[in-house]
Design a protein around this ligand. Structure first.
Ligand code: PEP
Ligand code: MG
Length: 769
């Protein structure tokens, strides 16, 4: 059964469009279950009706013509109950609806299962049988449920592809269909999509017609030659260590590269007008499908070889055909997985919005986007990214939604929101040099989180009073090797100088988790619980020592450096780090630098550290809470996973109580405590944190003016009362609504667009607007 299941899923995955996918499903399921009828009904979001989209066994002319209202008939019943319905005689059921155009009356037994993707009912998959004595058995029911669960994602994806081209399920023109993801960075952007692909990823290669087929043929032949040479070289190098039968594997590879094998087929497609990369992708996918379908272990292995060959050829093609990406004046960067390096490649001033298929609101690229003030939507899991290239896009970073090729009306609607936001910011500019102080005189220093030099410029113009978190991994991520001590020193000096004499808190390298360095790959089953932050740098003192030395030297003459250690989970990590920092400090002084010992602090972002605040406080000068990680670890919700984004909630009572405990314990031990997680940049979050007694709030530059304007208009007693009220509540959603209501009543409704911290679920696209 498993083999049949796999081969159906693979075949469906390879379908060109939704109709082909559905045709494959009905014919393959009908055959596999040896039943007379298999049909699929999809729920059309426009009409809210189930439409018969494909059938094997009913009259084909009924396809597209038969539809049922949302709760009509047995189909509606399966959809609304969200569970299978298995009947020996469907015609006897009170909800049975008869459609003469289907020829359905001949069939008695009925098994329908819902097709559900991310809680959304997409449709119903049905099998039917003539004799009523043949009731579908438990095994068959389980098979259909499994197939439906596996296919839901593919159907959602194909459905989104059609919607992207402005087509509804029935092929009618349909405008302004919103695609839902996760809000990554607030704001609205209107611009042109530029899709960037990771290198040598066959799946990501788009189809493209070309005129100059000769050039594409030459390019491809050169790639084949190079791959041949590579393989011969590897075989030669390995020959002494391998037995002849193992070496024969390389022969297989080389034979696949013979003119009449894979290259021949690619050439045919190039001659027909496809560019070399697209032709290669198509042929490789066809081979892979073919081999995998055969269900034989040996042949499945050949599918792996073909894929590998395909990747090698593609890598050579991409080398020889590095097309210069042209970035329009208003670029919306789109990728399967955005990386900070991709952001860095867009010319200054031209990046207006970001869209990423993977990742969630607390992925680091989203944090970077917030720091840069670029509206972003993450977690567009069913998005056919290839289709977005060159299209006009609206990125709604408040709602976590995008629109492709918007109508004039929709465009105008969003343009007005952009203008309103601009006006709001201009109104806040006058606050820049005013202190952040409550109406009853409580001073709350507002600091910024930075990573790039652009953040510094923005931060200064927004009136930040220092840097509460400089993410040193950002300059590491945009490099192609570890930056040298000199290079690091230059990066750090820029930050320190820009804010001197105010403090600049530099965090030592925090890589691992979702922050990867291309030149230092870490591959782990469970990266967020693995080798991250201080764990990596203590295991690699050569990296840590160079970094601390660069920081200390960069602070020469300024003495406004503070060093912060990430991902601390026990006191010995602090002691070891302090030992290394002291060592470097003395060495640097011996070299003749007249610097002061910087203050050293730790991040509280692991639940264990929450319970060791007192022990940690005795060893360091300050604490700073990383509420992004603390939320993820307290709630056991991967901050990067769009599937569980709706569970990631920084207003969760457990998070708020932990934050209160940290502030109280730190103050009892006489140690200052600030916060540098994203919660500090949320106007409601900032009010609660101030009420908890946090000594400073560090946030992305874009949030700072709003937070300042709220704090300057309230008194601390009001904030403390609000805090006490919400600490008695047990639901994150109720807490968030309660805080929003309070802010609204205080006149700050305009700051409250739906936000990241409210944990919105990524609904499957498309959602009609
Ligand atoms: C945090 O975890 O809250 C934090 C500030 O660090 P980062 O987001 O860089 O992990
Ligand atoms: Mg963190």
């Amino acid at each position: 059964m498993l083999t049949t299941l796999r081969s159906i899923v693979q075949e469906v995955n390879g379908a060109r469009d939704l109709n082909e996918a559905l045709e494959i499903i009905v014919s393959r399921v009908q055959r596999a279950m040896n039943t007379e009828v298999c049909s699929v009904y999809l729920l059309d979001p426009d009409s809210n009706r189930y439409i018969l989209m494909a059938t094997e066994g009913l009259y084909k002319k009924a396809v597209g013509n038969v539809s049922l209202a949302h709760s009509e008939g047995l189909i509606g019943l399966v959809g609304s109950r969200e569970e299978p319905i298995n009947l020996e005689d469907a015609t006897a059921h009170p909800r049975y609806r008869y459609f003469p155009e289907t020829g359905e009356e001949r069939f008695r037994s009925f098994l329908g299962v819902p097709i559900i993707h991310h809680r959304r009912v997409l449709g119903v998959l049905v099998v039917q049988q003539r004799e009523s004595s043949r009731c579908f058995d438990e095994g068959e029911e389980a098979f259909l449920v499994t197939i439906s669960a596996q296919l839901a994602g593919v159907i959602a994806h194909s459905e989104a592809t059609g919607a992207m081209s402005g087509l509804s399920l029935t092929g009618q023109a349909s405008h302004d269909i919103g695609f839902k993801g996760v809000a990554g960075s607030p704001g609205v952007a209107i611009g042109t999509g530029v899709v960037v692909y990771p290198p040598a990823d066959l799946e990501a290669v788009p189809d493209k017609e070309v005129d100059d087929t000769e050039a594409e043929k030459n390019l491809f032949m050169a790639a084949v030659m190079s791959v041949r040479e590579d393989i011969e070289l590897v075989a030669e190098r390995l020959a002494p260590q391998l037995r002849p039968e193992e070496l024969a594997l390389f022969e297989v590879y080389l034979r696949m590269l013979d003119d009449n094998a894979l290259p021949g087929e690619v050439m045919t497609r190039i001659i027909a007008g496809q560019w070399a990369q697209g032709a290669l992708k198509q042929v490789v996918q066809q081979y892979v499908r073919h081999f995998e379908k055969m269900g034989d272990l040996y042949l499945s292995e050949r599918a792996v070889d073909i894929r590998d060959l395909g990747r090698r050829l593609l890598a050579h093609l991409q080398e020889g055909n590095q097309e210069e990406l042209v970035y329009p004046q208003e670029t919306v960067l789109v990728s399967d997985e955005l990386t900070p390096a991709m952001l860095g490649e867009v010319p200054r001033g031209q990046l207006v919005g970001l869209v990423s298929v993977r990742g969630s609101s607390n992925s680091h690229v989203a944090i970077l986007a917030r720091a840069m003030g670029v509206p972003t939507v993450m977690g567009m899991i069913d998005m056919p990214v290839n289709q977005l290239n060159g299209r006009e896009l609206v990125v709604d970073g408040f709602e976590g939604q995008i629109y492709a090729s918007p109508s004039a009306d929709l465009r105008l609607f969003y343009q007005e929101i952009c203008d309103e936001e601009d006006a709001l910011f201009r109104g806040l500019e006058e606050l820049r040099d005013k202190p952040c102080i409550t109406t009853d005189g409580r001073r709350v220093p507002l600091l910024v989180n930075t990573g790039l030099m652009t953040d510094v410029v923005r931060s200064l113009s927004h009136g930040a009073e220092g840097i509460g978190l400089y993410r040193t991994e950002v300059p590491f991520m945009i490099n192609e090797r570890f930056p040298s001590e000199q290079e690091q020193r230059a990066y750090y000096r820029e930050q320190l100088e820009a804010f001197a004499p105010n403090d600049v808190t530099m965090r030592t390298l925090d890589i691992g988790g979702d922050k990867a360095l291309s030149y230092f790959p870490i591959s782990e089953e469970n990266p967020f619980l693995g080798w991250r932050g201080i764990r990596v740098t203590l295991d690699h003192p050569e990296i840590f020592l160079v970094q601390v030395r660069a920081m200390l030297k960069a602070s020469d003459g300024l003495n406004n450096l503070r060093i912060m250690l990430p991902m601390i989970s026990n006191v010995s990590e602090v002691e070891e780090s302090l030992h290394l920092i002291y060592r470097v400090y003395h060495e640097v002084r011996e070299e003749g630098y007249d610097i002061q010992m910087p203050k050293v602090g730790v991040m509280i972002e692991i639940p264990a550290a929450v319970y060791q605040v007192r022990d940690l406080s005795h060893r360091v000068d300050f604490l700073s809470v990383g509420s992004n990680d603390l939320t993820q670890y307290l709630l056991a919700v991967d901050r990067n996973n769009p599937r569980v984004a709706s569970l990631y909630h920084s207003f969760h009572p457990a998070v708020l109580h932990a934050l209160v405990k940290i502030a109280n314990d730190a103050h009892d031990a006489g140690t200052p405590v600030s916060i540098c997680g994203e919660l500090a940049g949320d106007p409601g979050g900032a009010v609660l944190l101030m009420a908890m007694g946090y000594d400073a709030l560090s946030m992305n530059a874009a949030s700072l003016p709003k937070v300042k304007s709220v704090i300057r208009s309230i008194d601390s007693e009001w904030a403390v009362k609000l805090l006490h009220d919400v600490l008695d509540l047990d639901s994150p959603h109720v807490i968030k609504s309660c805080v929003d209501l309070a802010l609204r009543r205080a006149g700050f409704g305009r700051y409250l667009r739906p936000g990241r911290l409210s944990g919105e679920a990524p609904a499957a696209a498309p959602a009609s607007s």
